[in-house]
Design a protein around this ligand. Structure first.
Ligand code: ADP
Ligand code: SR1
Ligand code: MG
Ligand code: MG
Ligand code: MG
Length: 423
């Protein structure tokens, strides 16, 4: 049931709501006539309602959580506290990576809403830009910076045990969204769940193989355990191409409502998966657009490689400069400890090897859920013809299957080579 005193906003009442907040009203400028402020609802995600409000001096975004999942409606109730976790995550992300995080102006728990910086055009949701064939030359650099900054600084490599537990405790209650991910990413695609759907009959055989192969069930169970048991760092936790707003020069991560302390591999793997999905979808768009998308495909695979490589080197740089937390403590790994720098290097190599393998597993799980689970993506949905879409989806699923089964997993270059060889 809704929070007491809660009111669902609409394009009229959102204006009155903001008028009562002088600091925010000032950012919009004077409301001197009934039409000087304008609002529109632009939510295109699966969960919430998002209003862009513009006045003579500027714009604001109001995001409100209603007590249900937007994609399904009243039949899928969902706690409104999720917006509070988004507010907490935005604060943390703004602390460690302000250049890629929208400013949070207000969190109103009673109204289950946040007010944040408006990312005006030419900012566009990355997924949309990709379906239109665009290239974003800075993206890999920006994404790897956001991931390294947020994941490193919220981990025990940087924080001491007390600081870490206090931070982690802030997100322990985000149970409904954590469970939603457990359900729709790590369980449903692997059995005959009523929420699942896929392009049929084209993918019937392959979809079935995900539900009957014992090695796949073992692999997804290991990844689910990692997701559920490893509170390693604060994750954005829904880090896909629909959660990034970009221009050619800028990148902002929005939509952090799923945030919790989980395995770093989930954030890194999710964005890699989504760029690979865009890669496989591009053939379908090319057929409809009648124009080659080869340049974009080449860039997408380069971006996948660059995200991993730059994430790894940035994270290790941070570790060497600021790694004074309670994991890998200076007493064991500091420069004056016995064999200190040699031991640290070895520990870092082991850490990155494990993280890389887990990222590929998470990437596989994320690719799979978008093709045979409940929540499909525009990348494929916009390919109207089943006959054009199905081969793209099949290639992505084949790659996901091979990654879930542990191959080809030795280097990021091998992964993109495998993706290319499926075309
Ligand atoms: P949901 O949780 O429902 O997925 P999102 O936070 O992803 O909601 O927001 C839905 C849409 O609203 C985004 O895809 C984007 O188009 C728009 N949006 C969200 N935040 C902003 C912002 N700060 N500036 C501009 N547009 C935004
Ligand atoms: C019902 S699943 C909805 C999905 O949308 C969100 O953006 C998350 O990815 C979630 O899994
Ligand atoms: Mg979203
Ligand atoms: Mg900022
Ligand atoms: Mg969301």
């Amino acid at each position: 049931s809704p929070i007491p005193g809660f009111k669902a906003l609409d394009v009229a009442s959102v204006l009155d709501y903001l008028e009562e907040k002088p600091d925010l009203a000032q950012l919009l400028g004077p409301r001197s006539s009934p039409t000087s402020w304008k609002a529109r609802e632009v939510g295109d995600g699966n969960l919430n309602f998002v209003y862009i409000v513009e006045g003579p001096d500027g714009g604001l975004v109001v995001k409100q959580a209603l007590p249900f999942l937007r994609l399904v409606g009243d039949d899928w109730p969902l706690g409104q506290q999720r917006i509070g976790y988004e507010a907490k995550a935005l604060e943390t992300e703004n602390r460690y990576c302000p250049e890629h995080t929208p400013t949070l102006h207000l969190y109103d728990p009673r109204m289950a809403l946040i007010v944040m910086q408006y990312l005006a055009p030419p900012h566009v949701i990355l997924r949309l830009g990709l379906t239109e064939g665009h290239i974003y030359p800075q993206l890999a650099d920006q994404v790897s910076r956001f991931l390294a900054q947020t994941l490193f600084h919220t981990s025990l490599i940087h924080l001491n045990s007390e600081q870490f537990r206090a931070q982690q405790a802030n997100f322990l209650g985000n149970i409904e969204l954590i469970r939603l991910t457990e359900q729709v990413i790590f369980s449903e695609p692997y059995f005959d769940a009523s929420n699942n759907w896929h392009t049929s009959p084209h993918l019937d055989d392959l979809a079935k193989s995900f539900q009957t192969d014992e090695k796949i069930k073992a692999a997804i169970s290991r990844l689910k355990a990692l997701f559920m048991e490893r509170g390693q760092a604060m994750l954005q936790a829904d880090f896909h191409t629909g959660s990034l707003m970009v221009t050619e020069q800028t990148m902002f991560a929005i939509d952090a409502e799923f945030a919790f302390y989980g395995p770093m591999a989930f954030d890194v793997g999710k964005i890699i998966a989504n760029l690979l999905l865009a890669y496989f979808a591009s053939d379908g768009h090319e057929a409809a657009a009648g124009q080659s998308r080869q340049k974009q495909r080449t860039w997408l695979l380069q971006a996948v490689v660059e995200i991993w490589e730059k994430f790894e080197s940035r994270f290790l740089d941070l570790w060497n400069a600021e790694g004074h937390g309670d994991l890998y403590p200076d007493s064991l790994f500091g420069p004056t400890a016995p064999a200190g720098s040699k031991s640290l290097k070895r520990a870092q190599q082991d850490f990155m090897k494990e993280l890389f393998e887990d990222c590929l597993g998470m990437a596989a799980a994320v690719m799979t859920r978008r093709i045979i689970g409940i929540a499909h993506i525009q990348d494929f949905k916009l390919i109207e013809s089943d006959d054009h879409r199905a081969p793209c989806e099949r290639r992505a699923l084949e790659l996901a299957k091979s990654l879930l089964l542990g191959a080809p997993g030795r280097s990021i270059q091998q992964v993109v080579t495998a993706a290319e060889s499926l075309r």
